[in-house]
Design a binder for this molecule. Structure first.
Ligand code: ADP
Ligand code: MG
Length: 900
């Protein structure tokens, strides 16, 4: 008897090549097979009468072959014709001629006297009704007929290497052999009608369209339910966590609101009171604040932070980039200094983006070389050079296995012998062993010591830095050998044991690109949560990144922070004088030393921020309240999914003092007119952003391109002062450029999308986006949010020379509306059901049948059902809820199936 976990290879009737084809589709068990749902169905219930007119729709006909012929034309070309007669012909019936051109095999398959079924478009050719190149199937016996025809027939997605017919046949037989009791229900009966087993049968071979639709609904609801159950469990896990009230009486925030030069909008007030309610409760807040660009989220965040500060806690305000962190810092100081608050700015140390160091500079000043930081200031950035003939890289080949290159970076995994579990103490020993050689034998980027294995990401260093001619590197083998034996010895000694600690083998992978590095890095940082070794809201102490080390050394010797450009900007970081509000980049998360008393963390621009990172923040005990803010409105169904574990507050109203934004799409050929318009505005004192697309900011060539772009614009706007802004300009300089623009010293800013989020200069009322077709709608909406911030009317011009329907439709959306939610919905429509924000980031399993867009309503129902289960039984203790526990564990397994 088969069940859902039966391996297909155990079904002897499936031929081997078919098994391999199925495996390529990721289908290994009967469950995989039966949940490979049809993409659509075809109505083949009844074979209609043979047509006497052409139709555009493809139709399915059945008949008997009464004649075949092979005709030649044009020398070597052949047409094979089969003439079909209807099964029950009447006086008016016409035969149908099916034609195949140059298909030799067809003539071998079709013979007079056979019954065949064809599927295609009937066309009148002369006097004859023909069907060219129909799909056809020969009916061999009546069972065949009942599987593939005379029914609503399933058509499957991607059956590469398998014909629909073969695939359908396998499904049919497995379904037939599958016991009804083999399916456990997923969703509660209050949510779905009927049995899962029936739904599975009916989705493949429905008796009617109604049955098909009902089955689909059942399966989609089940799928959504399982997903929402996982989300609800996350949500209840965190609210069951110990939290504290972090809410003062409100005098401080009232004072702040009084000095504001404007009145809050009703939406802002509503949202503040929602947050206040959460802050005052003694469970941790997990709230998402959604609000379009310019809707005034910052003010709300400040009011919230002041409530926490007043209650005696620290608040953290995290931005995705350094520019934004610095801007928030300015804003906060401007508004809060009068209240006598102590605010600090902290971002990860970095020698700002002056381009990656030349590969070998480090050999000369080894030790003093500090890291380059990319993005959030978390991940080391590296230059990757293919090939071994890097100039200056003289190394002894003999000492290096072929894959070891100078400055190679590896991801290694070592496993404990017989999966021996490392005690917490042992894990600390391992961690320290690896740290021990950090910055002497290698640079360790990240390490995670799991209970029975270790992942590390590191770059071996040269051994003999003094010798100029011959540079030899620490080899992977050497390093592994010494690390393993060092740690094993220590562990055995500490635990009074003997015997092997490690497997002999080390799994290693050579890192080839920045992307690879980033992936591996994040993989390591997430590992304990992904593998369910740590709970979503728990900390896992045996993870280490370079940031941790730098921070430790910085805090012990502040003098050492010569490279920390930002400390200079934050003079009020004084020992023993804890700031009440700390502003920084997301890297603050990893900074365990900076908070003495964190009560509220505000995370700006949540979409750049993953679930695991959030988990790391909420891992603290007692958990701080967390407010995440996003200016990327997303369709409601997605909010329920991607941010399903958060409570949502929405600012759905713009401050009234806003000037209107007029948006217009213009062909590139109209640049002249556009320029003269812009100049008129600039003469009135308004300022301009010019946005041009760069494909890859990290590409060196693009720096040149940026410079060329800039020259061009200086000519076009001569007599006005322009400045160039892009991602490779060092932060301090960027800051100065922004300051000059803010003060009005510069009239135009020629910029890449580094401008994207948060920048706030009310006098900038014009934006010109070049090659607008290259940007996404959401991104352009974000960009456009930089203007229309003051009382003047603003103009956004989208330049494009592409005239395709798709581009026009896309750009028209922006002309039509400035409402971010409408844009998000439109974007979704235009893009199809694709991955709007990356389900990978959301840590949710991929959908097999449900469609977030089309099935929004089902998602709502599934969500309500899963929430109500948790509301009634938060710990899932009731016997009837036990199966949901299993379901959650299973779902978690599916969400992170990409283990290396
Ligand atoms: P975002 O939601 O994009 O973060 P900000 O918080 O940066 O928006 O606010 C944009 C601008 O609007 C800021 O200059 C802010 O001072 C101003 N602002 C915020 N709330 C109001 C309001 N209620 N009335 C007028 N201006 C406001
Ligand atoms: Mg903002």
């Amino acid at each position: 008897m088969i069940n859902h976990s039966t391996k297909l290879e155990d079904l002897t009737w499936i031929p081997r090549p078919r098994l391999l084809a199925l495996r390529r589709l990721g289908i290994e068990t009967t469950e995989d097979l039966l949940t490979h749902f049809p993409r659509r169905h075809e109505d083949r219930t009844e074979f209609p009468q043979f047509p006497r007119e052409e139709t555009d729709a493809r139709i399915c006909l059945c008949g008997e072959v009464i004649k075949t012929s092979l005709r030649r034309f044009g020398g070597w070309k052949k047409i094979f014709e089969a003439t079909l007669e209807e099964s029950q012909p009447n006086a008016l019936s016409e035969p149908l001629v099916c034609r195949w051109f140059n298909l030799h095999y067809v003539q071998k398959m079709i013979a007079t006297g056979q019954r065949i079924v064809v599927f295609g478009r009937p066309r009148l050719r002369g006097k004859r009704m023909c069907m060219d190149h129909p799909e056809f199937e020969v009916i061999e016996n009546d069972e065949e007929l009942s599987i593939h025809f005379r029914r609503i027939t399933p058509i499957y997605p991607a059956t590469e290497g398998l014909s629909q017919r073969v695939f359908r046949g396998i499904i049919y037989r497995v379904l037939h052999e599958f016991p009804n009791a083999g399916w456990q229900p997923i969703a509660p009966t209050s949510l779905v009608r009927g049995e899962r087993s029936d739904a599975i049968r009916a989705i493949h071979f429905p008796e009617s369209w109604e049955a098909r639709n009902a089955a689909r609904e059942h399966l989609v609801l089940s799928e959504f339910f399982a997903m929402q159950l996982l989300i609800a469990s996350r949500r209840f896990e965190s609210s069951a966590q110990a939290g504290q009230a972090h809410c003062g009486p409100g005098a401080l925030s009232d004072k702040f609101l009084e000095v504001l030069p404007f009145e809050l909008t009703a939406a802002q007030r509503k949202v503040i009171s929602e947050i206040r309610h959460d802050l005052a409760a003694n469970y941790p807040m997990n709230r998402l604040l959604q609000g379009d660009v310019g809707s005034g989220k910052t003010v709300v965040a400040i009011a919230a932070m002041l409530l926490a500060v007043e209650a005696g806690y620290q608040a953290a305000f995290m931005a995705p980039t350094q520019i934004l962190a610095e801007q928030h810092y300015e804003v906060l100081r401007r508004w809060l200094d009068p209240l006598g608050l102590h605010i600090a700015l902290r971002t990860a140390a970095r020698q700002e983006e002056s381009g990656p160091l030349p590969l070998f500079v480090r050999t000369e000043n080894l030790g003093s070389a500090r890291l380059q930081r990319a993005g959030d200031g978390i991940l080391p950035s590296r230059t990757f050079v293919e090939g071994e003939s890097t100039p200056g890289a003289q190394y002894s080949r003999r000492r290096l296995p072929h894959f070891e290159k100078p400055w190679a970076i590896y991801a290694v995994t070592i496993t404990t012998a017989h999966r021996r579990t490392l005690s917490p103490q042992a894990r600390t020993i391992v961690l320290n062993a690896w740290r021990h050689f950090h910055n002497t034998r290698y640079e360790l980027f990240a390490i995670c010591v799991m209970p029975d294995h270790v992942h590390a990401l590191f770059q071996p260093w040269p051994k003999n830095e003094t010798s100029q001619e011959q540079t030899t590197f620490w080899s992977l083998t050497q390093l592994m050998r010494s690390l393993k034996s060092f740690a094993a010895r220590e562990i055995n000694r500490a635990e009074g044991k003997t015997g092997a600690v490690w497997e002999k083998e080390t799994f290693d992978r050579y890192i080839r690109s920045d992307r690879d590095l980033a992936e591996k890095f994040h993989y390591i940082l997430r590992n304990p949560w992904d593998a369910d070794v740590a709970k979503q809201n728990e900390d896992y102490p045996w993870i280490w990144t370079e940031d941790d080390e730098m921070r430790a050394s910085r805090s012990s010797s502040p003098q050492n922070a010569a490279t920390n450009t930002l400390q200079a900007c934050a003079p009020q970081i004084l020992a023993g004088d804890d700031p009440q509000i700390i502003v920084g980049t997301h890297a603050l998360l990893y900074e365990s030393v900076s908070f003495s008393n964190l009560g509220l963390a505000v995370i700006d621009e949540q979409h750049k921020f993953g679930v695991a990172q959030r988990a790391r923040l909420t891992a603290r005990e007692p958990a701080p309240d967390v407010l995440v803010m996003t200016a990327t409105p997303i369709p409601r169904t997605l909010t329920m999914t991607i941010y399903g574990d958060l409570d949502v507050s929405t600012i759905d109203e713009m401050p009234g003092n806003r000037g209107k934004i007029v948006t217009a799409v213009r062909d590139t050929s109209k640049l002249g007119e556009v320029l003269s318009f812009l100049r008129i505005q600039m003469e009135k004192g308004r300022q301009l952003y010019v946005i041009y697309p760069l494909i890859d900011e990290s590409d060196k060539l693009d720096v040149k391109a940026a410079a060329a772009e800039y020259e061009l614009w200086r000519e076009r706007l001569h007599s006005f002062r322009c400045e160039l802004l892009h991602g490779r300009i060092p932060a301090s300089e960027k800051q100065q450029i922004m300051d000059r623009f803010r003060r009005g010293d510069t009239n135009a800013l020629i910029s890449t999308t580094v401008l994207e989020v948060g920048v706030d200069v009310p006098n900038a009322t014009m934006m010109l986006i070049e090659n607008a077709e290259r940007f996404g709608l959401a991104q352009m909406h974000q960009l456009r949010g930089r203007i229309g911030r003051g009382e003047h009317k603003s103009y956004c011009i989208l330049l494009s020379s592409i005239r395709t329907e798709e581009t026009s439709a896309k750009l028209a959306v922006l002309e039509r509306t400035t409402n971010g939610f409408e844009i998000a919905e439109a974007d979704w429509e235009l893009r199809g059901p694709g991955d709007l924000l990356g389900t990978a980031q959301s840590g949710l399993p991929a959908l097999k049948i449900g469609d977030l867009k089309r099935d929004a309503d089902l998602m709502r129902r599934a969500r309500a059902a899963s929430m109500s289960i948790f509301e009634m039984d938060p710990l899932l203790e009731l016997p009837e809820n036990q199966r949901f526990r299993h379901l959650i564990v299973e779902q978690k397994g599916k969400s992170y199936s990409h283990v290396s």
